[in-house]
Design a protein around this ligand. Structure first.
Ligand code: FDA
Length: 390
C-alpha cells in the first residue's frame, strides 16, 4: 500500500485548491479523480470563460441550513485572495455585470493556473481512478481504486454534487459521509430552469426566445432583479436560475414585469393610447399579446378602463404568477442544494467533528451560492481552509 500524507478525491475547483495549499506546506499529496480531465466543470463554466468569483461575496448570498457556517472560510480566503492569485498568473479578466468576474480569454486559464499551483507544490494527480472503497485505519484511511491501493493520514472529499452527471458528477461524497456516520441533508437541483405545467406550456411555448428584465420573487419573499428568458422547455435566464434555489415543488413564483403604479401613470400621461400599444412600449410585443390573451383582457384606450380593471392589470404586471411544473433537474442544474450537513463539520477547517482527519469541501457540503461566481468562491475558500491543516 503506497503511503501519502493527504489524499484528495475530486480534481475540481475545491480539490485542486486544497491539494495545492497542502502541497505548499510540504505535505505529500495525491489528488484522485475518476474523470479523464482535470476541472471539467471549471472548463464549461461561465460559457467557457469561468465566472471565477464576484466582487460582492457575502455570507447572505449562500444557502445553507446554518447561515453562519460559511462566514469563517469566506473571511479567511476572500475573493480578493483569489483575484490576487489570478493576477499573479497574469490572467486577464473583466467584470461582466453585478460584480461577476470572468476570464477575458478562456476558463482553461483557471485550470492551467490551478494545475501549475499543484505542480509547483509537488502534488501528484491521477485521473481515471475509480474509487472502489475507503476504510478507516484507526489513525488514517485506506483508499482502494480500480488500479491501486493507498493509505493516507488525511482524506479530503471534494467530489462535488449531483449536477451534470454527464461530466462525472456522482453521489460518492454523500455515500462516504454516510459510511462514516455523518448526516447528509436531502439534495435537489439548484440554479436550474423551470419547466411548465401543460396548460402554461401551450400558451407560453410560442414565446421561446423572448427575454426581458424582471424581478422574480419566491414565496419566502426572496427577490432577484435579473433577466427572464422564455424557452421551448419553460422559463430560464438568470432571474429564474436564482429564484429556483429558493423554490419548493408546488409553490408559485411571481415576476414583476412592470413596477406597481406604472399603468396608472400611463393612463394620466397617454389616456387615448390603447393598452396594447402602451404596454408594447415597455414590454416585448409577443409577451404583451400572450398576456392579454391568457388573462382575457380586452384591448381599449387606457381612459376607458374602470378602476377595478386598472387595479387588476396593475397587479398582474407587478406580480405575474407562474406555478412551475418542476425543474429541468440535475441534467442542467448548475449546483446541488443540500449535502453533507454543516453541523458535522468544523467551519474553520472543514474536518468532520466525529471523524478526525476526514474533510469535506466544496459543493458536496450543504452550501450553495447565488449565480455569479459565488459557488467557485465557496470551493476556493473551503479548499484553502482545509489545505492549511490537512
Ligand atoms: P466539482 O464538480 O468542480 O469537482 C468534483 C470532481 O470530483 C470532479 O472532477 C469529478 O469528476 C470528481 N468526482 C466525482 N465523483 C467522483 C468519484 N466517485 N471518484 C473520483 N472522482 C470523482 N459556479 C461559479 O461560481 N461560476 C460559474 O461560472 C459557474 N458556472 C457553471 C456552469 C455549469 C454548466 C455548471 C454545471 C456549474 C457551474 N458553476 C459555476 C458551479 C461550479 O461549477 C461548482 O459549484 C463547482 O465546480 C464546485 O466545485 P467542487 O470542486 O466542489 O466540485
Amino acid at each position: 500500500m503506497k503511503a501519502w500524507d493527504v489524499i484528495v478525491i475530486g480534481a475540481g475547483a475545491a480539490g485542486l485548491m486544497c491539494a495545492a495549499e497542502a502541497g505548499k506546506r510540504g505535505r505529500r499529496v495525491l489528488l484522485l479523480d475518476h474523470g479523464k480531465r482535470i476541472g471539467r466543470k471549471i472548463l464549461m463554466s461561465g460559457g467557457g470563460r469561468c465566472n471565477f468569483t464576484n466582487y460582492f461575496i457575502e455570507p447572505g448570498a449562500f444557502l445553507c441550513e446554518n447561515p453562519h457556517f460559511v462566514k469563517s472560510a469566506l473571511a479567511r480566503y476572500t475573493q480578493w485572495d483569489f483575484i490576487a492569485l489570478v493576477e499573479k498568473h497574469g490572467i486577464a479578466y473583466h467584470e461582466k455585470t453585478l460584480g461577476q468576474l470572468f476570464c477575458d480569454d478562456s476558463a482553461q486559464n483557471i485550470v492551467d493556473m490551478l494545475v501549475k499551483e499543484c505542480d509547483d507544490a509537488g502534488v501528484t494527480i491521477r485521473l481515471r481512478s475509480n474509487i472502489d472503497s475507503v476504510a478507516s485505519l484507526g489513525e488514517g484511511f485506506a483508499v482502494t481504486t480500480d488500479n491501486d491501493q493507498y493509505s493516507c493520514q488525511s482524506l479530503v472529499v471534494a467530489s462535488g454534487g449531483l449536477s451534470m452527471p454527464k461530466i462525472g458528477a456522482s453521489a460518492f461524497g454523500y455515500k462516504l459521509a454516510e459510511q462514516f456516520g455523518l448526516k447528509v441533508l436531502p439534495t435537489r437541483a439548484g440554479l436550474v430552469p423551470f419547466t411548465l405545467q401543460p396548460e402554461d406550456k401551450a400558451t407560453l411555448e410560442p414565446l421561446a426566445g423572448v427575454s426581458l428584465p424582471v424581478v422574480a420573487e419566491s414565496e419566502d419573499g426572496t427577490r432577484f432583479a435579473e433577466n427572464l428568458l422564455f424557452t421551448h422547455r419553460g422559463v430560464s435566464g438568470p432571474s429564474v436560475l436564482q429564484i429556483s434555489s429558493y423554490w419548493q415543488a408546488g409553490e408559485q413564483v411571481h415576476f414583476e414585469l412592470l413596477p406597481a403604479g406604472r399603468l396608472t401613470q400611463g393612463i394620466a400621461d397617454s389616456p387615448n393610447q390603447e393598452l396594447k400599444t402602451w404596454l408594447s412600449r415597455h414590454l416585448p410585443k409577443r409577451l404583451v399579446d400572450t398576456l392579454l390573451e391568457r388573462e382575457k383582457i380586452t384591448n381599449k384606450p387606457l381612459k376607458q378602463y374602470v378602476p377595478k380593471e386598472v387595479a387588476a392589470i396593475e397587479q398582474l404586471l407587478a406580480a405575474w404568477p407562474l406555478k412551475p411544473g418542476g425543474t429541468e433537474g440535475y441534467r442542467t442544474a448548475e449546483v446541488t442544494l443540500g449535502g453533507v450537513d454543516t453541523d458535522e463539520l468544523s467551519s474553520k477547517t472543514m474536518m468532520a467533528k466525529k471523524v478526525p482527519n476526514l474533510y469535506f469541501i466544496g459543493e458536496v457540503v450543504d452550501v450553495s451560492g447565488w449565480l455569479g461566481g459565488y459557488n467557485f468562491q465557496w470551493a476556493w475558500s473551503a479548499g484553502w481552509c482545509a489545505g492549511q491543516v490537512v
